[in-house]
Design a protein around this ligand. Structure first.
Ligand SMILES: [Zn+2]
Length: 226
């Protein structure tokens, strides 16, 4: 179900990283553990030559791009981030794999999502990560950090620091809201004006509970027992 294609020369280190960290196989196994799908969806890990990771609706195949390992690494390298960069990079890629699997799940189940499908895919990834406990919580945090960094980079590139509503920023805040909402007592440190403003944080426990319920209802027919 997971196939690693021969990487372009420049992607060799990224390919080795993804294999060694078992990012893609771990994601596939976690989804198989939760859901029974009609068809197995091939996950192809490859050099994408400029395209991003995606679900190909016609080929019914997920493509995950080696290049995104470098992109995530570059993002975190700018920040002098504390903690393990390899873990953060693997977390971003893992979130991406869950996100793309969500598109395949929607296609497989033939369901309509209550939210926009892109939001559903982010929510599904959050659910999969939060199911992992503390490790998954750190991973979701790392994915949100990456979106915040992307948002900051895009603003700088545009010379438009006023635009606080870029979709990357919104994805970051929503992910942090769901992380916080899943266990407010454990994540008080997220509630800061520059991370998760308290006005938003206040509604996050309810928001995540509702999102989670809707997700599970949507996935209902495919959920394994127990
Ligand atoms: Zn998507």
């Amino acid at each position: 179900m997971v196939r690693f294609e021969e990487p372009a020369l420049s992607d060799r280190a990224a390919a080795a990283f993804l294999r060694d960290r078992e990012v893609v196989t771990e994601a596939a196994a976690a989804v198989t553990d939760l859901l029974t799908l009609e068809r197995a969806v091939p996950l192809v890990v490859r050099s994408c030559d400029g395209d991003g990771s995606s679900y190909d609706l016609e080929a019914r195949r997920i493509d995950i791009c080696y290049e995104e390992v470098f992109e995530a690494r570059e993002l975190f390298a700018q920040t002098g981030r504390r903690g393990n960069t390899d873990d953060a990079v693997a977390a971003v890629l893992l979130e991406t794999v869950f996100h793309e699997i969500a598109h395949a799940v929607v296609d497989d189940l033939g369901v309509r999502t209550a939210s926009r499908e892109e939001d559903f895919a982010d929510q599904f990834a959050a659910l999969m990560l939060l199911r992992q406990g503390a490790a998954g919580e750190r991973r979701l945090r790392a994915a949100a950090d990456a979106w915040n960094l992307l948002a900051a980079t895009a603003e700088n590139a545009d010379g438009d620091a006023e635009d606080e509503h870029s979709s990357d920023r919104e994805r970051a805040v929503t992910a942090l809201c769901h992380l916080y909402g899943s266990a407010p007592g454990r994540h008080q440190d997220l509630v800061r004006p520059d991370v998760l403003p308290s006005a938003r944080a206040r509604g996050c426990a309810e928001e995540w509970a509702a999102v989670r319920d809707t997700l599970l209802k949507t996935l209902g027919p495919a959920l394994r027992e127990g």
